[in-house]
Design a protein around this ligand. Structure first.
Ligand SMILES: [Zn+2]
Length: 239
């Protein structure tokens, strides 16, 4: 593993003190045209958002906030019943215009992201299954790093959750299977603040699950492949 080349040209004051030990890495996209716009946003006194690292499209890494501090990247969020993910995680932003712009993540950017994650995993003893997307921990508000983010590629490098299945044929789920699927999602870690409309809540976590594990199903109902993947993930994600 090569030590990542990290620049310190830009710093953000948008942070406070951690309340918990670092256990997670949360991945984001900036939803900006370029690095300059991203830095403006992540250092803005008004916006009160930040992150620990930014990875530019060419792969250059910038450190904005010390890892020892609680950067403000995740907002209201939870995973496996844990709250205050900002206190428990390192936030990495990738410069990318966002899911709707259909822009793929350049290879150089992903390679350096992998390098940085390996470095942080080792430094803070973070398990591979605790590398998550913002949409995983805040499914009711966020869709980044988006359905074009290459989770499969990261998993080849032993980062993050992913399951590969060979099945191509699929069918809809029975009511019983649908309930089982939802229970699996909660078991994997997806949580939502209590909302009056459970149907809307469930739709949001289903979409977040698909965005990460079966992007072709984003915006659609879960099918038998969704269910198989959820079962396999449940086994993989035991802690
Ligand atoms: Zn985000």
């Amino acid at each position: 593993m090569s030590q990542p080349n990290i620049l310190h040209n830009f710093k953000s004051k948008n942070f406070d003190s951690r309340k918990y030990k670092i256990q997670f890495i949360v991945l984001h996209y900036t939803e900006t045209k370029n690095l300059e716009e991203a830095i403006d946003l992540l250092t803005s006194k008004k916006r009160k958002v930040s992150c620990h690292f930014v990875v530019d499209t060419d792969g250059q890494i910038y450190n904005l906030v010390s890892e020892s501090k609680r950067a403000w990247h995740a907002g209201e969020s939870s995973w496996k019943g844990l709250q205050d993910m900002n206190s428990r995680s390192i936030g990495i932003e990738m410069v990318n215009p966002g899911e709707k712009k259909l822009k793929n993540y350049p290879k150089a950017q992903i390679n350096q992201l992998i390098n940085l994650i390996h470095f942080l995993e080792e430094k803070f003893n973070i398990p591979f299954y605790n590398i998550l997307g913002h949409s995983d921990i805040a499914p009711h508000r966020k869709i980044d790093p988006g359905k074009h983010f290459p989770w499969k590629e990261l998993h080849k490098n032993k980062i993050g959750l992913w399951v590969e299945i060979n099945q191509i044929k699929y069918r809809g789920l029975s009511a019983k299977e649908y309930d089982e699927f939802l229970q699996n999602l909660y078991g994997i870690g997806y949580q939502l603040p209590k909302h009056k409309n459970l149907k809307i809540n469930n739709f949001m976590i289903i979409d977040a699950f698909h965005r990460h594990f079966l992007p072709i199903q984003v915006g659609k109902k879960p099918n038998s492949i969704s269910l198989i993947k959820s079962k396999k993930l449940l086994k993989l994600n035991k802690t």
